[in-house]
Design a protein around this ligand. Structure first.
Ligand SMILES: Cc1cc2nc3c(=O)[nH]c(=O)nc-3n(C[C@H](O)[C@H](O)[C@H](O)COP(=O)(O)OP(=O)(O)OC[C@H]3O[C@@H](n4cnc5c(N)ncnc54)[C@H](O)[C@@H]3O)c2cc1C
Ligand code: FES
Length: 268
């Protein structure tokens, strides 16, 4: 389905203070890692990853950060939103023992991936991290999958404390994995990449998107010039390793570079 569809919000689920999941009763035929372009018909269109998709519904999970997402938080079930998609590359569905590493609103698309990996017979281990325990999302949903699920927060009352990378290091001491997947803050993925050595992996990356279909060039990444809306947002290890801008900078709507803070594990 690549055409625009206007859909009613079937359900809004509050995940935490700043994150909501929106369900639409529509057969989107999406694959894990893909995204939609969403408009609320009041100006602007923004990309959102698909956090679940079956034959009768799909979900997106949205963090309130600015004007557009604030408007989405004022929507109610029954309101109309307009979508295009699904767009972009999807995750490779591996077998064997796999580790999924998520942070913030990057974690929900890994839930959709985990379901497909399980169907493929993979042994799935998930590490979900946040700054504060109350910011963690999708904990119960992952637990209900009956997988090895662990969460951690940098400040909180959980069994594990520290970053998701601390938990990954612990997991590597006790396990060997066949494939690693990650989505979330780019500096989290950059720190993770440093731990992966020869292990195969895929990362879900984000860049400012306008058209979502490869026409405007806004989402290209240096130095390859690949368009994250078409060749991404899921990139293989071979591609990530060639990106000089990965973990270094991204671009705002005007194309101006915004450099990541080296200590910034929580943004982008
Ligand atoms: C492939 C992809 C998947 C995404 N999936 C999710 C998701 O599942 N859940 C979620 O909450 N957010 C997701 N985002 C980010 C989401 O698009 C932005 O948070 C949203 O556009 C912010 O709009 P705003 O007006 O509320 O905030 P603004 O104040 O306009 O911007 C706040 C932040 O969002 C980023 N942003 C704004 N517009 C865009 C845009 N057109 N493309 C990319 N980033 C933008 C800005 O760079 C800025 O850092 C995804 C982005 C991409 C590229
Ligand atoms: S958003 Fe236009 S080319 Fe990717």
């Amino acid at each position: 389905m690549k055409n625009r569809s206007t859909l009613r919000i079937a359900e809004i689920r509050k995940e935490n203070f700043d994150i909501n999941t929106y369900r639409f009763n529509f057969d989107l035929k999406a694959k894990p890692g893909q995204f939609i372009m969403l408009s609320d018909l009041r100006g602007g269109e923004k990309p959102f990853s698909i956090s679940d998709c079956t034959e009768d519904h799909f979900c997106i999970t949205v963090k309130r950060v600015g004007e557009f997402t604030k408007r989405l938080f004022s929507c109610s079930p029954g309101d109309l939103l307009s979508i295009r998609g699904p767009y972009g590359s999807s995750f490779f569905i591996s077998a064997g023992k796999v580790l999924l590493v998520g942070g913030g609103y990057g974690t929900p698309p890994l839930y959709f991936l985990a379901k497909h990996l399980l169907k493929n017979g993979a042994e799935v281990h998930v590490v979900n991290g946040a700054r504060k325990a109350e910011e963690l999302v999708f904990c119960e949903k992952f637990q209900k999958l009956g997988i090895n699920y662990e969460n951690t927060s940098e400040c909180g009352r959980l069994k594990n404390s520290g970053t998701s990378i601390d938990l990954v290091e612990q997991a590597f001491r006790n396990n060997s994995y066949d494939f690693i997947y990650a989505a979330g803050p780019e500096m989290m993925m950059k720190n993770l990449q440093d731990k992966l050595g020869k292990l195969p992996y895929e990362f879900l990356l984000e860049r400012y998107m306008k058209c979502g279909v490869g026409l405007c060039g806004n989402c290209t990444v240096d130095p390859l010039g690949i368009r994250l809306c078409v060749e991404g947002p899921v990139l293989s290890k071979a591609l990530v390793e060639q990106l000089t801008e990965f973990g270094n900078y991204h671009r705002e709507a005007s194309g101006k570079r915004i450099y990541f803070m080296k200590t910034d594990k929580g943004k982008k």
